[in-house]
Design a protein around this ligand. Sequence first.
Ligand SMILES: [Zn+2]
Length: 297
Amino acid sequence: MRARAATLLLLLPTLAAAQDNPDWNKVQVKATKVAGQVYVIEDAAQEFSGGNVGVSVGPDGIVLVDDKFAPLAPKIEAALKTISDKPVRFILNTHYHGDHTDGNAAFGARSTIIAHENTRKRLMAGRGKERPPAPAVALPVITFEDKVVVHLNGEDIRAIHFPSGHTDTDVVVFFTKSNVVHMGDDFFNGIYPFIDTEGGGSAKGMIANVEKLLDVIPADAKIIPGHGAIATTKELRDYLAMLKGTTAIVEAGIKAGKTADQLKKEKALAKYDAWAKGFFKAEDFIDLLYADLKRSN
Ligand SMILES: [Zn+2]
């Protein structure tokens, strides 16, 4: 079990890259308005081309939140051209994973990259054979510990660090005037999330972060998840209920002395089957939660 969980954890941050040479030519991305002056660049098929990209457009230039994979940069730029002729001035990374930061290498020479200090550290360090250290051009040049505000296009764009959720590099971005929030991978809308415990994340940390966020995100705000369709606080509440429910089930199983295989055989997460249609099947999510909760208990 331990070997399997470890393999899973190594594979997932580079999921698309691991899908033997994805055919980037087939990926189609488009810019869709979210609210105010904020757009999202997503791909119709979802999940394959990396995380959702948040975009602020206005007279001062473009701010991107995340930038998918480097080979997709020309497609992202073509999608941006449909909504603005201004240059990309700043890029905020929500966390260090390649499906959100790999495009830094393409944009970094002419845009300023901003991220949490742990994102820079983890990009510099790389991670095994799957992910070598990032080249200098792809590294954030401005880093912060708790929060940073980008004042552009007449809007305060606030990036706030949340500890130990999806990773230990997580940042949530608030477009305060447009009433839009980009949650990065602390929110997978409608599907089981990846929790990168080797990258400093934890299920309980993710739950705590989502609870804190539900206290501050306005009820009528639009939410861009790291993966999945644009959401509201309603879908975020459903997500929180799923996280709490699945965590409680696996934790109870551990306390009762059950193995992960027993929980799988019992179909312990059957109630949450609707969430198993993304990166994770129920068995994988049991492995992930089991390893995380076993470690933290
Ligand atoms: Zn991620």
